[in-house]
Ligand binder design. Structure first.
Ligand code: DQA
Length: 153
């Protein structure tokens, strides 16, 4: 069983009605359900958490250390300035994939930089709700590969 913490940051609870031209019309529940459906026939357990508060997100990452194998993380606006969240990811040493609905590199200048991406396996940005699915697939592949000998199929 592979256990993944899916952590959503601030304002993502408003998905569905929040700037639909940028973030789409899927609600956070829709996105979580799409991930549940995606792992339906896999030996994967997902736990979901959303918070608008940086400290609560740090706490969620710390709790994840005790049970999760990986972290699928949309830090929202904290992406661009939260050293506390970056340090939390480093501290727990959970393989992490950063995801964004929008293409942060095509938006305002302040969104171009992520202070968290450098401590993640990688970043997926710009595919709407599918960014989460792509990120989860990448994370599961990574975790699966890490159990095998190098280059084995
Ligand atoms: C976001 C991008 C961030 O810049 C923004 O602050 C968000 C959502 C995204 O998923 O596209 O809240 O993380």
């Amino acid at each position: 069983m592979t256990r993944i913490l899916v952590l959503h940051g601030p304002n993502l609870n408003l998905l569905g009605t929040r700037e639909p031209g940028v973030y789409g019309r899927h609600t956070l529940e829709d996105i979580n359900q799409s991930l549940i459906d995606f792992v339906a026939n896999k030996s994967v357990e997902l736990r979901f958490q959303q918070s608008n508060h940086e400290g609560d997100m740090v706490d969620a990452i710390h709790v994840g250390r005790n049970w999760a194998d990986g972290l699928l993380f949309n830090p929202g606006a904290f992406t661009h300035y939260s050293y506390a969240l970056r340090d939390a990811v480093t501290a727990v040493a959970l393989p992490t994939v950063e995801v964004h609905l929008s293409n942060i590199h095509a938006r305002e200048e302040f969104r171009h930089h992520s202070v968290i991406a450098a401590v993640c396996l990688g970043q997926i940005s710009g595919f709407g709700w599918r960014s989460y699915q792509l990120g989860l697939q990448a994370l599961l592949d990574y975790l699966n590969d890490s159990k095998k000998a190098p280059y084995s199929k």
